[in-house]
Design a protein around this ligand. Structure first.
Ligand code: GDP
Ligand code: IMO
Ligand code: MG
Length: 427
């Protein structure tokens, strides 16, 4: 009965929500461990489409315990909106629990995110403006306010007053923006406290007890490896640790408790926001992939940048996450192409490179080296076993496995639950 960490192996939006939902049929616990409502996880259940930002995608199966871990930054307004959205669609959310140590996203975090992006001008990161970076900054600088403070009004007010002194100075004097009123923010957050305090608990204890009792536990990552603040394309990253190690820190479990790490990756590559992207296609092919893959952001609606599969990135993701296997999604999006390309390495100043460069400057000057494979020109969306896939699609998957050194445990050929091919058993 394993504990499995599921991470994004590229730049986010790999289909983590769909694969989490698929695995949640068997898992009893589903845990989010980092990020916040910068995430957008779309899950299709029959004809209904659900968009989740904060609540683990396991919530769509009844009877699961879904946990928002200590490593997540929580905007309580978004949490409540998401709870109402789910309730309106008859989803039982009674299994939700939130870590007392998770940090709160405050209104000033969102405003600071926006004004800081404006100040960066042409060097902007392209953040989701959800207050993620500023909330993690406060956590690291030890001035953040945690969920546990919502349980004690006087303590919350004191921390808020201390923060507003600094944040209002910054907003009003440095950025010439509007500040916030102590009483108004206090009243707003005490209103949230009334509605969510019963969900706040020691989630590390819950998760460790579940693991010791040999329950199936799934850790659902947000964002992706290349958006990790340490291992991603810094500074064009998010402010948390979407890589597998982040699950231990962000859920309060030790590495010895984790049995498998699954990297979710698309059969091609996408990215939202700024930063280098070696296999990006700025042409009709990029447009075709965007159209057939419906590549528009779940959170901000921005068109996603699209490009060919990059095996250099996947080898890197396999290394920094210690991937046990890959869940390959959106293979169906390539169904109509005459040929498909895979980036096997980069050319940098005449030299061939096969390892992901650690310098951003270096990466932005890399040219992809492609291998071209014949397409399959056949609809894969109704395949239910690996053998039912056209030969050229199977060859494409097998070639990706060879180039990345990681086996595919799941292949997805559509957004629905049953459009998922199990290749190797996980639970
Ligand atoms: P996440 O952030 O990693 O959960 O991914 P998103 O939900 O932001 O983006 C993935 C999108 O692709 C969603 O709209 C999914 O419904 C959809 N999707 C997931 N897997 C597949 C697949 O195999 N084929 C197709 N066509 N769509 C998929
Ligand atoms: P899911 O979980 C794709 C990107 C933003 C920006 C950078 C920093 O759906 O895969 P932030 O608001 O986090 O400070 O923005 O990270 N980004 C994502 N890109 N998918 C996501 O989440 C993302 N969350 C953040 O576009 O480039
Ligand atoms: Mg997404």
């Amino acid at each position: 009965m394993p504990a499995v960490v599921l991470i994004g192996a590229q730049w986010g939006d790999e289909g983590k929500g769909k694969i989490t939902d698929y695995l949640a049929e068997k898992a009893e616990y589903v845990v989010r461990y980092q990020g916040g409502n910068n995430a957008g996880h779309t899950v299709k259940v029959d004809e209904q489409e659900f968009k989740l930002h904060l609540i683990p995608s396991g919530i769509l199966y009844p009877g699961k315990t879904c946990i928002i871990g200590n490593g997540v930054v929580v905007d309580p307004a978004v949490l409540l909106e998401e709870l109402s959205y789910l309730a309106a669609r008859n989803i039982d959310t009674s299994g939700l629990r939130i870590s007392a140590n998770a940090h709160l996203i405050m209104p000033y975090h969102k405003r600071l995110d926006a004004v800081e992006e404006d100040r960066r001008g042409e060097h902007k990161i392209g953040t989701t403006k959800r207050g993620i970076g500023p909330a993690y900054m406060d956590k690291a600088s030890r001035s953040g306010i945690r969920m546990i403070s919502l349980l004690d009004g006087a303590e919350f007010k004191e921390k808020l007053a201390q923060n507003l002194e600094e944040k209002n100075y910054l907003l009003e004097r440095v950025y010439e923006a509007e500040g916030f009123d102590l009483e108004a923010v206090y009243a707003e957050y005490m209103g949230y406290a009334e509605r969510i305090s019963h969900l706040i608990t020691d989630t590390s204890l819950l998760i460790n007890e579940a693991i010791l009792a040999k329950r199936d536990v799934l850790f659902e990552g947000a964002q992706g490896t290349l958006l990790d603040v340490d291992h991603g394309t810094y500074p064009f990253v998010t402010s948390s640790h979407p890589t597998a190690g982040g699950a231990c820190m962000g859920a309060g479990v030790g590495p010895t408790r984790i049995d498998q790490v699954i990297g979710v990756c698309k059969a091609y590559t996408t990215r939202v926001g700024e930063g280098p992207f070696p296999t990006e296609l700025d042409d009709e092919m990029g447009e075709e992939i965007r159209k057939s893959g419906a590549e528009f952001g779940t959170t901000t609606g921005r068109p996603r940048r699209c490009g060919w599969f990059d095996a250099v990135i996947l080898r890197y993701a396999a290394r920094v996450n210690g991937l046990s296997s890959v869940a390959l999604t959106k293979l169906d999006v390539l169904d109509n192409l005459d040929t498909v390309k895979i980036c096997t390495g980069y050319k940098y100043q005449g030299e061939t490179i096969t390892e992901f460069p650690h310098s951003l400057k270096y990466l932005s000057q890399c040219q992809p080296i492609y291998e071209e494979l014949p397409g399959w020109k056949q609809d894969t969306s109704s395949a239910r076993t690996f053998d039912q896939l056209p030969d050229n699609a199977k060859n494409y998957v097998r070639r990706l496995e060879e180039l990345t050194g990681v086996k595919a445990s799941i292949v997805a050929i559509g957004p629905k639950r049953d459009q998922t091919i199990p290749v190797i058993d996980i639970f």
